[in-house]
Design a protein around this ligand. Sequence first.
Ligand SMILES: Nc1ncnc2c1ncn2[C@@H]1O[C@H](COP(=O)(O)OP(=O)(O)OP(=O)(O)O)[C@@H](O)[C@H]1O
Length: 288
Amino acid sequence: MEHVVELKNVTKNFKGFSVENMDLQVKKGFVTGFIGANGAGKSTTIKMIMNLLKPDAGEVKVFGLDFKTHEKEIKERIGFVYDSNVFYEGMNLKDIKRVVGPAYKQWDDHLFYQYVEQFELPLNKSLKKFSKGMQMKASLAVALSHRAELIIMDEPTAGLDPIFRRELLDLLQEIMIDRNRTIFFSTHITTDLERVADYIAFINKGELLFNQSMLDVADNYALVKGSVELLDRDTEKSLLHVHRASTGFEALTDNIQAVKSMFGDSVVIERASMEDIMYYMKGGMQHV
Ligand SMILES: Nc1ncnc2c1ncn2[C@@H]1O[C@H](COP(=O)(O)OP(=O)(O)OP(=O)(O)O)[C@@H](O)[C@H]1O
């Protein structure tokens, strides 16, 4: 399968935080949700994909190309969607069309007006007076109007009210219908993923823990509940993270077969939500 983004052995060190030897592949034609807790390294990774931050080591390729030699071509084909138009302070959408449009070979005025209308955006109002959600939509309209093949969004739904959030997610589904585009978006809202993502890349403390299809995640992970007496060094090997309480234990597993053969019918196995997976993988409340 073709990958539009490929990170190989990427390392970035900040004081007190590092992304180390990250390998990440984003599959063409799908929506990948990039999930992780606050400070997990999502924005840092996105900035490296966008060439806004240089990795200390490793290789970043977008469309199989290197920014060092093909920056212009890559930028032409990417749409970076964000909620603050720092570059366009004071401009309205008409100005944006005039200034930004000519910078892209594939820019289409007709498409731009079509999206402005579909997203119900005002053409003459200054962008700095736009709400967060409107800015996000404006940014998406720009990306779509230059026919970006890869749309990268840093927390597109953060701070949006539930209705607006759902509307934006619906839009993302709509623009994916022909499967010619790829979307990579970061979020820490797990229900966003359940709504639109085909793949989930999960980052924790700068480390990519997995990058799997939604279906594989649903098949591979489960919650296990039972009495604490069942836990010992051997049985715990089938569990990733265990939360003990006086009423019993609850744990996450990525090996349901091993749990079944280890515990038999003495435990309850339930579907793990993305939120459960995040919580346990983050190591929350271990061995309480
Ligand atoms: N320019 C920088 N200099 C030093 N440290 C930085 C810099 N940028 C990010 N960091 C640190 O890197 C870590 C990861 O930050 P990052 O913004 O990538 O996380 P995030 O997953 O996007 O978080 P959030 O969901 O809160 O936006 C944090 O500890 C942050 O303080």
